[in-house]
Ligand binder design. Structure first.
Ligand code: F3S
Length: 771
């Protein structure tokens, strides 16, 4: 199928409501009498209550915004718990258009077809669950083989000026179409899916002014690899990266998406760009003419770019003509080395000069432009009689890309030089790589992916993984050496002649339009929910479990205090969401709360004995041990229906937005956590699950409360009655019988108080729906 023969997509669910957004912006501007950046325009036009900005206005970096995203996208691993939570809210459909993408669970081994069949069989119950839930609630379901979430979103859903949430850290990829796409945990996605305002601290904005033109071998990937080197993995934390300047207007839309994708590597909330002609062209090429025309009008009204004079919290200048191909790694994406210095970098480190595999594609770099540039190099190599010297794997980002590559003979030319084309899925990028050639020991791979933490690709912690543009990854496959520089070096042919690559060239968009490939992958846009559908969860499943609503801590309709709680333990020092809910092998239980809860706090340190994963059970009977692992003691508290509390240290719950870190303690009966301080996102997650977070007014009180102490609140009844002054007193009775009171503070908003009273945000939503 070609562009000419394929009708435009129905666009009612994907054209942002520009008139509403512009009206909201007019309201916001009355309060904020200053020029706005593009990111601010998109964020503030999506405020839940644009009239409700107080006299203090909005301060970037401190004001909490209540936002109304327009769309949610979820990948198959994170969608499981998000859907289980959504189901327990009792709604019969999602409030905003939502899509599910089966991409993370597909393992790469021998090639697309066989890998896909094997992975479907081994993950069948998860895919059945996702598909049946999608059907029931009117969610667009993209099955295994359809492609990688971010590529499909770019091709089908992303639109300039839109605000979208995705349950994956590279959701910002959609920023390539001039929107804000933010990676979140499942509980946040459920906010949007249930129509609950989604909270975000107004990010600071880093402006990046881009001038000049990229040189022959340099690509948008090299811009972001260079920038990652400058900003480091933390440099974008709490910030939106907003690019502007003439250099942006020379880039393809998919090139901009690559830059946006890897903003995640510097910790940025997301990345965006002003509306460009390349975005318009991409929208038309992907059969979204109505979106392009609506965006043209919104742009003419000034919505899709920053105001003149807008101020940024930080300004970075980049001259594209100075960017050279860059290789980042190993083991961290911010270790950037220009290609011209890479050979000496390898030699200085004493690494073996041997490349063991080249991998291209993924959500970061599998655009038509990337693939045609790569094919150009492969054609040059083939004409010279060369073939890849190392395993050369290619992961197309979507069925559309795969089919277009095949139709335009890109696949053929890659296979001619030895490439293996894998399924349209994440595959080796997320460690789903059944690597047979090297199972252990030091070796070096080059990928066009975005992340390169230890063990990420093949599970071997000694595999040095370097990130580069797809063209550099491809060119180096023909030499098999890390020290080869395709811009300057030649390869020796069997004839003895020397061969040197010409700079690659490609096309932004296919001249005859994108081929669609297997259209059975395409879900109906905004399908009607089918309430009679039974969501498939096998009775004996070890991977999926229906999420039972948490019981409220207080009786319905009462304004009483929380019940008396027993302190399970005092946690010492750093306790990230990884400490609270470990990843690795536990990930397969993401949809099974009972099973994954067996990892609760297993790497946390008990402050009373300095030991890891050791808790004391003061109420044990003669058949039970007095000392046990933390999850086992928590489980016993649950069995005894004993509500419990945790005493924790500074910045409790830092790290990712992993909702399991809040769900799991709540599942075992945790009702309250008193901290020296909380990481904000985790604190909100606790509130959502009905765990009451309190801050010590005097941090020295931390050491006064040990395991087995009984804690009782005074002030929660006032909180429920709407009379709180922000403090809660806690009466402590220690194991020796000593009693004292301490002062604590809470940060609950009026909505969050309703969550606590109902036992969780989802309980509250369910009650509201029933009313
Ligand atoms: Fe998948 Fe890797 Fe992208 S895991 S979503 S291809 S970052």
């Amino acid at each position: 199928a070609t562009q000419a023969s394929v009708p435009e997509k129905p666009c009612s669910s994907i054209t942002p409501p520009y008139i509403v957004l512009l009206n909201n912006l007019t309201k916001v501007r009355k309060h904020l009498k200053r020029p706005l950046t593009l990111a601010e325009k998109i964020l503030y036009s999506h405020l839940h209550d644009a009239d409700g900005i107080g006299s203090g206005g909005i301060q970037r970096g401190s004001t909490y915004l209540q936002l109304q995203p327009e769309r949610v996208a979820m990948q198959d691993a994170s969608a499981q718990m998000a859907l289980l939570q959504f189901m327990s809210a009792g709604l019969d459909r999602t409030i905003v258009p939502t899509s599910i993408h089966c991409d993370h669970l597909i393992q790469a081994s021998t090639g697309a077809d066989s890998d896909l069949q094997r992975s479907i069989a081994s993950n069948q119950e998860v895919f059945e669950f996702l598909e049946s839930a999608a059907k029931k609630y009117g969610i667009e379901f993209w099955g295994p083989g359809s492609g990688i979430i971010h590529q499909i979103v770019l091709e089908n859903y992303a639109a300039p000026g839109m605000l979208m949430l995705g349950t994956d850290s590279h959701t910002p990829n959609a920023g390539g179409l001039g929107m804000l796409a933010i990676g979140v945990g499942g509980a946040d996605a459920v906010d949007a899916m249930t129509g609950t305002p989604w909270e975000l601290k107004a990010p600071q904005i880093t402006g990046i002014r881009v001038t000049g033109k990229l040189n022959d071998w340099a690509t948008p990937k090299d811009l972001i690899l260079y920038l990652a080197g400058k900003l480091t993995v933390k440099g974008g934390t709490g910030r939106i990266l907003e690019y502007f300047g003439p250099g942006i207007f020379n880039q393809s839309c998919t090139g901009l998406a690559t830059i946006a994708n890897m903003g995640a590597e510097v910790g940025a909330t997301t990345t965006t760009f002003p509306y460009t002609p390349s975005m318009r062209a991409y929208l038309h090429a992907t059969r979204r003419g109505p979106v392009a025309r609506a965006a043209d009008e919104a742009a003419a009204k000034g919505f899709l770019s920053a105001d003149v004079g807008a101020e940024y919290d930080e300004l970075i200048e980049i001259d594209l003509s100075k960017i050279e191909p860059t290789i980042n790694g190993p083991f961290t994406p911010d270790l950037a080395t220009p290609l011209s210095k890479f050979a000496s970098f390898v030699q200085e480190n004493g690494w073996e000069d041997r490349l063991s595999a080249s991998l291209i594609g993924s959500c970061t770099n599998s655009s038509y432009e990337d693939m045609t540039r790569v094919a150009d190099l492969a054609r040059q190599a083939k004409a010279a009689g060369l073939s890849s010297q190392v395993p050369f794997l290619c992961t197309p980002g979507s069925e559309q890309i795969r089919a277009t590559m095949e139709r335009d003979k890109v696949t053929e030319v890659l296979e001619d030089v030895g490439a293996v084309v894998l399924a349209n899925a994440c595959g080796p990028c997320i460690g789903q790589w059944k690597r047979e050639d090297i199972k252990e020991g030091a070796n070096a791979i080059l990928t066009s992916f975005n992340r390169n933490f230890k063990s990420r690709n093949d599970g071997n912690s000694l595999t040095m993984n370097f990130l580069a543009s797809p063209t550099i990854v491809t060119a180096m496959a023909f030499s098999g050496k890390l020290t080869f520089n395709p811009m300057t070096d030649s390869l020796k042919l069997p004839s003895g002649e020397l061969f040197k690559f010409k700079p690659p060239s490609g096309q932004d968009l296919p001249a005859s339009g994108f081929a669609l490939g297997d259209v059975s992958y395409h879900p109906k846009p905004m399908p009607d929910p089918q309430p009679e559908t039974e969501v498939v969860i096998r009775k004996d499943s070890q991977r999926l479990e229906v999420l039972e609503p948490f019981l409220p801590h207080v009786e319905d309709g009462t304004v009483q205090e929380l019940p008396k709680m027993k302190v399970l333990m005092r946690v010492r020092g750093k306790c990230t969401t990884d400490h609270i809910s470990a990843a690795g092998p536990w990930l397969k239980y993401k949809g099974h709360l009972s099973n994954i809860s067996e990892n609760l706090l297993i790497t946390a340190v008990n402050d009373e004995n300095g030991e890891v994963n050791v808790a004391l059970d003061h109420d044990h009977d003669s058949t039970q041990p007095a000392v046990d692992t933390i999850p086992k003691v928590a489980k016993k508290f649950k069995e005894r229906r004993q509500p419990w509390a945790l005493i924790v240290d500074e910045n409790y719950g830092e790290g990712s937005a992993r909702e399991h870190a809040a769900l799991q303690p709540r599942f075992y009966g945790c009702a309250m956590i008193i901290a020296r301080s909380f990481a904000r996102i985790h604190e909100t997650n606790l509130k959502k699950q009905g765990v009451f977070p309190l801050w010590f007014a005097d941090k020295n009180d931390y050491g006064r409360i040990g395991s087995g102490a009984v804690v009782e609140t005074t002030g929660v009844a006032d909180l429920f009655a709407g009379k709180s002054d922000g403090t809660v007193r806690v009466k402590v009775t220690t194991r020796s019988g000593e009693t004292f009171e301490i002062a604590t503070k809470h940060t609950m908003s009026s909505d969050q108080i309703k969550w606590l009273r109902a036992g969780s945000a989802l309980n509250h939503i369910r009650r509201t729906v029933k009313v």
